[in-house]
Design a protein around this ligand. Structure first.
Ligand code: HEC
Length: 218
């Protein structure tokens, strides 16, 4: 019997340690994180575009996490400042990614704001970047003899458009491009406050400026 008690107690301790390390500590680390001032929540169209991004596996080739200068030359590549936890506050699920077959896209909206470029690049990456190994996504577009009212017609480079017909973006392509163009985290963020150091707001008031708390105490 004694051994069973030891076994059960050991299992409980292991579970408690694991829960503390994997659930409680991370929760304490991220619970006070707020959205940076410059970050806007996604619009409905951008959220639909995000679903298209997930469904088509863009995350398998593209990250959304520029690294700190000490860890890699991401800033020199023009991918922007290192991301901070608050940048991801509206991301469910997050799309950090771990493979960089293509460039990091965290700030693609700032780097490439053109809707025409994005649509054309999704239809045929090699029309824009010769030798690109990014797949084309023809099923996000319709090829028709002529455009109808309300159609968004692609302005493709010469040679990329099918002869005598027009390429029209389907709603999923338009939503995806809205999402991509919205990926812009170039707003400034303050470095995180070091632990244990008083925040400026909590600093003692300047001499002579008696606060109401002082008045009560005296
Ligand atoms: C097999 C890997 C792969 C997949 C999957 C992939 N890409 Fe790419 N992507 C690349 C590569 C490589 C490049 C660089 C060459 C180029 O621009 O075509 C690139 C470039 C890009 C660029 C231009 C980046 C820049 O900095 O100029 C965008 C935007 C982009 N991809 C979006 C997407 C989206 C959206 C999807 C999903 C629908 C996707 N990619 C899927 C490999 C991939």
């Amino acid at each position: 019997m004694e051994n069973e008690v030891k076994l059960a107690a050991g299992a409980m301790v292991a579970l408690a340690v694991a829960t503390a390390a994997l659930v409680i500590l991370p929760y304490i680390q991220v619970r006070d994180i707020h959205a940076p001032e410059g970050l806007k929540p996604y619009t409905s169209a951008e959220l639909r575009g995000r679903e298209v991004y997930i469904a088509n596996g863009c995350v398998y080739c593209h990250t959304q996490q520029p690294r700190d200068r000490n860890l890699g030359p991401d800033a020199e590549r023009g991918w922007g400042r290192a991301s901070v936890p608050g940048d991801y506050i509206y991301d469910k699920p997050h799309l950090l990614g771990s493979m960089r077959t293509g460039p990091d896209l965290f700030n693609i909206g700032a780097r490439q704001p053109s809707q025409d470029w994005h649509l054309g690049h999704l239809y045929q990456p090699r029309a824009y970047v010769p030798g690109s190994i990014m797949p084309s996504y023809p099923y996000m577009f319709d090829v028709k003899p002529e455009a109808e009212e309300g159609d968004v017609v692609l302005k493709l480079p010469p040679g990329a458009a099918p002869n005598g017909r027009v390429v029209v973006a389907r709603p999923e392509a338009l939503d995806l491009v809205r999402y991509l163009r919205g990926l812009n985290h170039t707003y400034p963020v303050l470095p995180p406050q070091p632990r244990g150091e008083a925040a400026p707001a909590a600093a003692p008031p300047p001499a002579g400026a008696a606060s109401s708390a002082d008045a009560k105490a005296s």
